[in-house]
Design a binder for this molecule. Sequence first.
Ligand code: DGT
Ligand code: CA
Ligand code: CA
Length: 574
Amino acid sequence: MRNKEVSEKLYELASYLEILGEMKFKINAYIEAARRIENLTIPIEELAREGKLTEIKGIGEGIAKKIVQYLETGKIDKLEEVKKQIPETLIELLNVPGVGPKGAYTLYNKLGIKNIEDLKKAAIEGKIRQLDGFGQKKEENILKALQHPKKKEVRRINLGIALPIAEFVKESLVKGAPIDKIEICGSIRRMKETIGDIDILVTSNNSNQVMDFFTNMGIVKEVVNKGDTKSTIITPEGIQIDVRVVEPISFGAAVQYFTGSKEHNVKIRELAIKKGLKVNEYGVFKIDKDERICGEKEEEVYNILDLPLIPPEMREDRGEIELALENKLPKIIDIRDIKGDTHVHTKYSDGENTIYEMVKKSIELGYEYLVIADHAKALGVASGLSIEKYKEQKKEIDKINEEFGDKFRIFLGCELNILSDGSVDFEEKELSIFDICLAGIHTGFNQDKKKITERIKKAMNIEKIKIITHPTGRLLGTRDEYEVDLDEIFKEAKNNGIILEINANPERLDLNDLNAMHGKELYNLKFSIGTDAHSVNGLSDMRYGIGVARRGWLNKKDVINTLSLKEFERFIKS
Ligand code: DGT
Ligand code: CA
Ligand code: CA
């Protein structure tokens, strides 16, 4: 897969153009394209071969041509041309805070500075302060940045750990402090799979009391900072939580600002400027008179820019603002659309609860059906079932189904193991007792890409298998995905009418948001969102799967377990 290579070339081109003072929108187009390719799960060379490059959002004819040229010749004419105009090392300077593209060009032109070393030397010698657009303060900052490079990569925390903690803090604040409005913002609100820190905004008529309460909560291991309107604490798990008190008239604007993403907000502000408006965390203002227009409610910030409120999960600058401007924002799936869970385990294999308990909880969640998919026999560690055991399970299921009548239906499923040769636990004819078969890889993660891909494809050709569970096998933060050619899997799924799972377990979230987006965009695939619950509590993980689906812009129609019981039954039989 040459995606990374191609995206780096485009970033490089953008950087050169930036230094040379090219028009902003042109540079942004390259950056946008680079970002999309970087996030693409499908090999770019394949899309190029099929002439499908322009189907990727953000890639127009011009950029597509350059990509093809690069893939074929290893060079891009345009890049070669700009490279002749400035030294390559100048790009290093763009990463120095306070320099920027214009600055880099000035430094090169006026002082002959070509790289970081030259820059440091010039700063120490006090030459930079004399340049137009620099000055003493800037020179000091540059030197400081060069002497104390920022630490890279902080540890990120799984959403599944951070969200419950954020909700606990929210509930505690509401109960224990004089809170009026409160919202969890940042990457948690966008349901990003991992988060850096927790951002909570509140309004209150007694800010000091809120700060006192927050910094004295039981979960506080360390108070990093306590102020009048903002405090930061660290929990025993090492998670940082910021609570900010803002003015009620600014609450909506602050929520918009602190929800992010940063990239989304940058675009929003650019759009505002075009309309003569300034958007910041305090509100929306007229640029010329500094007159406040709105900001109390979040949706006002969008509406004033002629946009509908964009769901937080979409705010990643993946084209959502452009679509919203055309009033073409998709109506993304909602957790209330879910009519049943497609993947749960019970005591029969390695689950903690009985079928009956899982059903009771499902009904509480408002579901109409449930697919019980206990592990099959090859998975010894999870007490996988023999066909005889499944037959026993079927008897119990039939009995419970009778009890509930039309109100609720349990389907007898199973989670088969895709073995190292692509076969599964049972012979094809033995699978006839099941209403639906799921299959996934649970062993042999280390095979090469071709083998694993072929293995899954083979399983997809077994008549009764309808769903491939956790298709990439990753465990967030602990195990990388196995090597698999997802594009091949997508194609095979398309050809065989196979459903790919979005595993909602927050340690998996597999497929992820971008996988889902591409599967839909390029192959119009359908997905199931299954919790893989091993207990009644696990059933509540559905919201994480919904988060992935919403971040992948899926509609209700793209997800099979939004079907009503009747429709789902028809689908299973098809
Ligand atoms: P995280 O915590 O790394 O998972 O990601 P976020 O998105 O929660 O980022 P965080 O906590 O640094 O900041 C929260 C939001 O505040 C962020 O999504 C957008 C906004 N924000 C923070 N810093 C900046 C900034 O320098 N510029 C802009 N435009 N927005 C910012
Ligand atoms: Ca954050
Ligand atoms: Ca933060």
